[in-house]
Design a binder for this molecule. Structure first.
Ligand code: PGA
Length: 262
């Protein structure tokens, strides 16, 4: 894992956006895996600003979101489809028909899940997967004890995840109990992963992901098995890392490489 520690949350998010933008410039037909949540709002704001500044065309980009609450229609204000449209898609020239969010308002979650995996396969897989991490170590909505080789499926959300996401709803009872989520096996098949975590409420999960044992108890720890993972943190999220000074030696304040004397 490449561990980049920035001084501020804003810097971590801006640098993550910069990497995604570079991927779009390098490969206009890139297939991106996208995430939602509070952290990503800052990443997408920086991505929209960067796209305007560099006149980036997203016309040939394809995207797949990680998850959607089960039982929520795409035009529900709390849906991740709405979130993506408002935070990113409406502000860039992407073809909306090339943007995918699991369809979670049907009758058959298993069918919807299999269809989602099939479309990912059809386009040849995900090139760059953007990820956040939950305070309980989840990636997507793969809650602790999710199989590390799971595929897209319906998951029951933990109480801690429902409480963490309560701010997007009026009451806790309105927070859905289930979600369709891309599996950990699917995430591990992406060519490259980029995980962004900021704030000291993420420090314990970030420690487990990077320095703890690979375990379904911390689903994000599965990323230790992936050869191309970059983790972008602010100082607060990195505070529990035992090897923090080592990461700083290799990448001072998140710089790409300090090994000029090799
Ligand atoms: P957050 O969510 O950015 O709102 O903390 C991250 C996640 O649960 O993956």
């Amino acid at each position: 894992m490449k561990v980049l520690i920035y001084r501020t949350a804003q810097e971590a998010k801006t640098q993550a956006a910069h990497r995604i933008l570079s991927a779009v410039h390098r490969e206009p037909e890139v297939v991106l895996g996208l995430a939602t949540g509070g952290t990503m709002e800052g990443v997408y704001a920086a991505l929209v600003a960067g796209s305007r500044q560099h006149d980036t065309s997203w016309a040939k980009v394809t995207t797949f979101n990680l998850d959607e609450y089960w039982g929520i229609s795409p035009d529900d204000p709390a849906s991740y489809r709405r979130y993506m449209n408002h935070h990113l898609f409406y502000h860039i020239d992407i073809d909306l028909s090339q943007t995918h969010v699991p369809l979670a308002d049907g009758a058959d979650p298993q069918k919807a899940a299999q269809a989602y995996d099939a479309v990912i396969r059809e386009v040849g897989g995900i090139d760059l997967q953007l990820l956040g991490i939950g305070v309980n170590g989840h990636i997507g909505f793969n809650e602790p004890t999710s199989s590390l080789s799971s595929r897209t499926r319906l998951k029951t959300l933990t109480q801690s995840t429902r409480e963490a996401n309560r701010r997007f709803f009026r009451t806790i009872d309105e927070v859905p109990k289930y979600a369709l989520t891309v599996g950990i096996g699917t995430i591990l098949e992406a060519s490259e992963c980029l995980l962004v975590a900021t704030g000291d409420n993420k420090a314990a999960a970030v420690w487990s992901m990077i320095e703890g044992a690979v375990s379904a108890a911390c689903p994000a720890s599965a990323l230790q098995m992936h050869a191309q993972v970059t983790v972008m943190l602010d100082a607060a999220a990195a505070k529990d890392l035992k090897l923090r000074s080592y990461y700083q030696l290799v990448h001072p304040d998140g710089q790409e490489s300090a090994l000029n004397d090799v």
